[in-house]
Structure formats: C-alpha cells, structure tokens
Design a protein around this ligand. Structure first.
Ligand code: DQA
Length: 147
C-alpha cells in the first residue's frame, strides 16, 4: 500500500523556522519517522515538498496512479488554494490534512482551510507526531478498520 505525503511552502525550513510554533524537528526527520511508521503498518510512502502551488497540484495528480491515499500539509496554501482543493477532489483519493500547529488557535486567517471540505480528516496541533497519526488513520481507513 503506497501513500503519498505532500508538504507545501516553507516546510523545507522546519527545524529552524519559528521553532516556538513548529518545533525543532526537520522535514528530513519527519520523512524518516513516516517511512518507519509506514513500514510498521505494512505500507510505504513517497514524500515530497514544494514551495510551488502548481507543482503540488501535479503531485496530487501523479498520486492518482501511484498511491492509495494522500497526506497533505499544504502550509499557507491550505488557506488560499482552490486549485489544490480541486486537485484533491478530482483524484478522489482519501486525504488526511495535517498541520503541525493548531491552526484554529492561531490568527483568524488560518481558521479557513480549503482542504478540509475535501479531506477525510484533519489532524493539527500535535507537531511532527501528527504525520504518524495521519498514517495510522489513513491506513486503518484503507483497510476498512474503523475500530
Ligand atoms: C502549517 C500551518 C499554516 O497556517 C502555515 O502557513 C504553515 C504550516 C502547520 O503545519 O502548522 O506553513 O500548515
């Protein structure tokens, strides 16, 4: 079972970017954690980061033929990108939206997510651990295990 994990703008700077908000874990650390978690769950991942909206749209399209589901931290595009929302809706893959921070406890412009209406679920506020939680939830959903 292949899962595509996508990361949006500025997430390449994790580790040094506002550590008081996002923690000190790097994106490379998160990729390593996700690969180990996926293996423990009997799945595998492809992991990408891009600062470009169109590239993220292309990667969602690509997942249609390679993956059983999506995990997306779209960064600031969460709050702005109708294109990314349409891409997720178009490929009809189950998608878990992830944020390191609790977007609902922050500035009001972060309270709107264009991805939430097309996502299976949302995990936010648990830092890097949220990616592992998303993998668990998505794999259980794909295996139809709702216990
Ligand atoms: C974020 C939250 C977004 O509001 C912000 O623009 C990010 C990171 C998070 O993981 O908490 O870039 O998606």
């Amino acid at each position: 079972m292949q899962i595509t994990i996508l990361n949006g703008p500025n997430l390449n700077l994790l580790g040094t970017r506002q550590p008081e908000v996002y923690g000190s874990t790097t994106l490379q650390d998160i990729e390593t954690m996700c690969a180990a978690k996926a293996e423990a769950l009997g799945a595998s991942i492809t992991f990408h980061q891009s600062n470009h909206e169109g590239t993220l749209v292309d990667l969602v399209h690509e997942a249609r033929t390679t993956s059983a589901g999506l995990i997306i931290n779209a960064g600031a595009y969460t709050h702005t990108s109708i294109a990314l929302m349409d891409a997720v809706a178009s490929v009809a893959l189950p998608c878990i939206e992830v944020h390191l921070s609790n977007i609902h406890a922050r500035e009001s412009f972060r309270h709107t997510s264009y991805l939430s209406p097309v996502a299976l679920g949302l995990i936010c506020g648990f830092g890097a651990k949220g990616y592992e939680l998303a993998l668990e939830g998505l794999v259980a959903h794909l295996r139809k295990d709702r216990s």
